[in-house]
Write a protein that binds this ligand. Structure first.
Ligand SMILES: Nc1ncnc2c1ncn2[C@@H]1O[C@H](COP(=O)(O)OS(=O)(=O)O)[C@@H](OP(=O)(O)O)[C@H]1O
Ligand SMILES: [Mg+2]
Ligand SMILES: [Mg+2]
Ligand SMILES: [Mg+2]
Length: 451
């Protein structure tokens, strides 16, 4: 089921609006689940909606469609709908911040106590997602496990960056209607923004619903003008129910990936490519058990296309011959042993150079069939966090792939913020055959490794 990702409101004569609304109401009244033809429904809405209030009426009706809750296959429809829109919204925020970071200065980057980087974007995305989920589901119903806290942000030397966060959040919230969402009626103050960030301090666990957010995954890639992702997932009773990955620098068309990120920058200075020709970013999403994963282009301010019409299903690669397969891994060898994976690649017969990509875009490459294997072997003692994996895992699985630890067991999202009990590392593959070969190779070489 493709989901909407934004609507531009254009003024049309009143008689058309009425006609449009009565068309929608009629279909609801006679119980025609025009969800079956949601593409048509959305492009229809885009054509007939002439004011924000009319648009919100249609949205409200959309939310109350009874059939969304009536069948198991439509479970989490509303949650996924909201999650995709929110990720679209904050992907735009990240693009603006990244552009600014690259062209202006490094003042918007800080180091956390563990020396890892954090930026205006990380905090602003976390605040915005927290606010929009509360707005959509009621703050009392929303538990969020997320990476950032306000410790560094409230230090005395962070006054400038805190101001930038509040400004960035308010600018983003003001654009909520462009994405089919409702933002607050007035700009938020510093305390409210800090509260929104701090509220994401849930520790998850085996029962109940928990949203899991990595506001900017691959912050290092982000500050370097390279790949990064916004990752939002919903865990219910310890299982990942849905996942959304915003990948603002991962093009819809694989071909563009061959160009280095610097090329983007040069290109955007030479000409300002339209999103139609450039197609630079995408959002991917999936619901557990649906057997489908989807991708659609990022909503851009200059993008008035019928974006939901451009949503398409994605599928993992059908390549199962190691000689033809490509594996991807983290860019930084401090995050995953490049020498160990090189040994595995050799023993399994992988011939292609590894694709080193920052962030959960690695999960996206497998889900979309741009690579066949993703491996991560962190140093002993490092504990993987659930927000670095939840969204990517469900998207790969629904796209037809396999994700386990190196012992072949599924990742356990039920034990709080860490993937407790993870056996050695993470292996995601497009299919069972490659997966089995990698697992065997790990077993054969683990004892002689330094890991
Ligand atoms: N020491 C160590 N070992 C393993 N993993 C670590 C380590 N330190 C951090 N992290 C987590 O890695 C996240 C970034 O992973 P990537 O796959 O993007 O790594 S890389 O930047 O491409 O090397 C990164 O996510 P973000 O902080 O969201 O960028 C961290 O959660
Ligand atoms: Mg991360
Ligand atoms: Mg992060
Ligand atoms: Mg981080």
């Amino acid at each position: 089921m493709p989901l909407p990702c934004g609507n531009r409101v254009t003024r049309l004569p009143d008689y058309l609006i009425k006609k449009g609304l009565s068309y929608v109401s009629k279909h609801i009244a006679i119980g025609v689940p025009f969800l079956f033809n949601r593409k048509c429904h959305l492009s229809f809405c885009r054509k007939v909606v002439s004011s924000e209030s009319a648009f919100h009426q249609i949205q409200a009706m959309e939310v109350e469609k009874p059939w969304l809750r009536s069948s198991e296959s439509d479970r989490y429809s509303k949650e996924l709908d909201v999650a995709v829109k929110v990720v679209q919204m904050v992907s735009s925020l990240c693009e603006r911040v990244q552009e600014h970071l690259i062209s202006e200065s490094n003042e918007q980057v800080k180091s956390k106590d563990d020396n890892s980087p954090v930026t205006v974007a990380d905090w602003s995305v976390q605040a915005t997602v927290s606010l929009m989920l509360s707005e959509s589901f009621g703050s009392e119903n929303v538990s969020i496990v997320a990476e950032e806290d306000i410790q560094t942000l409230t230090k005395s030397d962070s006054v400038g960056i805190l101001e930038a966060v509040v400004k960035t959040v308010n600018e983003c919230l003001a654009k909520a209607p462009d994405f089919g969402l409702t933002g607050p009626v007035r700009p938020l103050g510093t305390t409210e923004v800090l509260e929104a960030i701090s509220r994401c301090n849930s520790t998850g666990g085996p029962s109940g619903r928990h949203w899991v957010l990595d506001p900017v995954d691959g912050t290092l890639g982000f500050v370097r003008g390279d790949q990064y992702a916004i990752a939002l997932a919903l865990i219910e009773d310890g299982e990942v129910a849905l996942g959304v990955l915003g990948c603002p620098n991962y093009p819809m068309n694989k071909e563009w990936l061959n160009y280095h990120h610097r090329y983007y920058r040069i290109m955007s200075k030479l000409s300002s490519p339209t999103s139609e020709s450039w197609d630079k970013g995408c959002v991917m999403y999936a619901r557990k058990g649906s057997g489908e994963a989807w991708m659609q282009p990022l909503v851009r301010e200059n993008n008035r296309l019928g974006l939901s019409n451009l949503a398409r299903t994605i599928r993992v690669s059908s390549i199962d011959d190691p000689a033809l397969a490509t594996f991807c891994e983290p860019v930084e060898k401090s995050n995953s042993s490049h020498s160990f994976t090189a040994g595995l690649a050799h023993s399994v017969g992988l011939r292609n150079q590894p694709l080193r990509v920052y962030s959960m875009v690695k999960y996206a490459t497998i889900a979309r069939g741009d690579a066949e294997i993703f491996m991560k072997f962190a140093k002993a003692g490092y504990k993987e966090k659930i927000w670095d994996h939840a969204a990517g895992v469900v998207i790969i699985q629904e796209a037809g792939g396999v994700v386990t630890d190196a012992g072949g067991r599924p990742l356990d999202f039920s034990q709080g913020i860490y993937l407790e009990g993870l056996d050695r590392g993470i292996i995601a593959c497009s299919g069972a055959k490659l997966h089995q070969k990698i697992i065997r190779a790990v077993d054969a070489s683990w004892d002689s490794s330094n890991l």
